[in-house]
Design a binder for this molecule. Structure first.
Ligand code: B12
Length: 366
């Protein structure tokens, strides 16, 4: 992404300045803005967070920052990663397919997290164990879930030996004939061929490379990512840019298509009851959408906003489905959508209908 390359260095510098001064909010805002500009999270990990962390390591080594500042910057980065992931990550579905771990006494886990997050964004369901894991429980869990792949991250050179032992243990386990072992981390950058010596099936230099490797080497039927979220970014950006126009059009359209909208909120007890139901329904929709897409903030905001307007007008909960149709069809007419965006919006509508059906009790009209 050329644009990111141009922005990369200033972004690394700003991010670094923020985390080194303990400014978590600015660090998060920088990443959120980059995500909103359409830069995929794995690329942000690779081109911004990783260079910033490496630079922190260099400064700490040279005595330019103390250990407390290094810990602070790392803790902020960890939290920024958690929040960014909750913005973009679809909920994994289906059984775990990949186990991600570090070995005993390896405390560096952010690289592993980046790899695991990137795999989950690609639709793989990852059992994430993190730092400092003893060998036996790793193997036991891998066997219990019959995972198709194990990924191990090491940062300290002395961790090569425990990885070798893990490789041997996995080969002798009941999943030994099928499980693939992918290893990575800085020692593998420095020593070419080390991955073979530890008995792994492969290595990759970074999280994006890890996803490519897993795609090509792990032969299994995997659950696809939630259909809408996987391709939602571009559509979301456009909807966001057109928010006022979109919602105005939806409101106009609804006024004609839903007769109840003409009922003033305080006109009858019915209206008040429907107002309450509508509010509950929208609150449920809000929660369910948030749970499903964790962060689908803009989408959720649209519904809450529209919901408030509709509530004031006294709409029944069963009109939520119509609201969804209006929303989607209006969004589709807003601009010459590409076929892919059209499909995404249709999937969104189907998914929201499903949510509406499973979340809201049917209500009687007046
Ligand atoms: C943060 C940090 C810590 C934190 C870690 C916290 C955490 N939750 O992770 C803490 C404070 C615990 C720590 C402790 C130590 N640290 Co430290 N640490 C770092 C620092 C600054 C950043 C690490 C990091 O997150 N890097 C960013 C990630 C994203 O990069 P990455 O791991 O390389 O991952 C990428 C790729 O390698 C690849 N990848 C990684 N894993 C995998 C796995 C697979 C399967 C694949 C395919 C790819 C892959 O993809 C990732 C994303 O692109 C580094 C500096 C550095 N150069 O990394 C020093 C650094 C690694 N630490 C160092 C040292 C010396 C230590 C300590 C020994 C210090 C001490 N005396 O206590 C201890 C050791 C603790 C232990 N037993 O593990 C040295 C290591 C020197 C060496 N060559 O051995 C470094 C390089 C600092 C330095 N310049 O001297 N550290």
């Amino acid at each position: 992404m050329g644009e990111l390359q141009q922005q990369r260095e200033p972004l690394v510098d700003s991010y670094l300045a923020a985390v080194l001064s303990g400014d978590r909010v600015t660090a998060l805002v920088l990443m959120r803005e980059a995500l909103a500009a359409g830069i995929p999270l794995p690329l942000l990990y690779q081109d911004v967070l990783q260079p910033a962390l490496y630079e922190i390591g260099r400064r700490w080594e040279r005595g330019q920052i103390d250990v407390a500042t290094e810990h602070l910057a790392t803790a902020i980065t960890r939290s920024v990663m958690d929040q960014c992931v909750s913005i973009v990550k679809p909920l994994p579905s289906g059984p775990p397919t990949i186990l991600a771990t570090c070995m005993s006494h390896e405390l560096h886990e952010l690289g592993l997290r980046m790899v695991a997050d990137s795999l989950e964004l690609d639709g793989w369901n990852v059992l994430y164990l993190g730092a400092n894991m003893p060998l036996d429980p790793i193997v036991a869990l891998a066997v219990q879930y019959r995972v198709a792949g194990v990924i191990v991250s090491i940062t300290l050179g002395k961790q090569a030996r425990p990885v070798y032992e893990l490789a041997q243990a996995l080969r002798q386990s009941p999943i030994g004939a099928t499980v693939k072992l992918l290893v990575g981390g800085q020692p593998f950058h420095r020593i070419s061929g080390l991955w073979r010596q530890v008995g792994a099936d492969g290595t990759a230099p970074d999280a994006i490379g890890a996803v490519e490797w897993v795609r090509s080497q792990v032969p299994l039927v995997r659950e696809p990512p939630l259909p809408v979220m996987a391709r939602w970014d571009a559509v979301l950006t456009t909807l966001d840019q057109n928010r006022a126009l979109l919602l105005g059009l939806v409101a106009d359209q609804l006024t004609y298509t839903i007769p109840l909208l003409a009922v003033p909120p305080t006109a009858t007890d019915f209206a008040r009851e429907h107002q309450r139901q509508m509010y509950d329904a929208l609150a449920s929709l809000h929660d369910t959408v948030q749970a499903a897409w964790v962060h689908e903030q803009v989408l959720v905001d649209e519904f809450v906003w529209a919901g408030r307007v509709l509530t004031r007008w006294g709409v029944t909960s069963e009109h939520v489905a119509q609201m969804i149709d209006c929303y989607v069809s209006t969004a589709q007419t807003l601009r010459p959508w590409e076929p892919e965006a059209q499909r995404v919006l249709e999937e969104l509508r189907d998914y929201l209908h499903h949510l509406a059906r499973t979340t809201f009790p049917a209500t009687e009209g007046p």
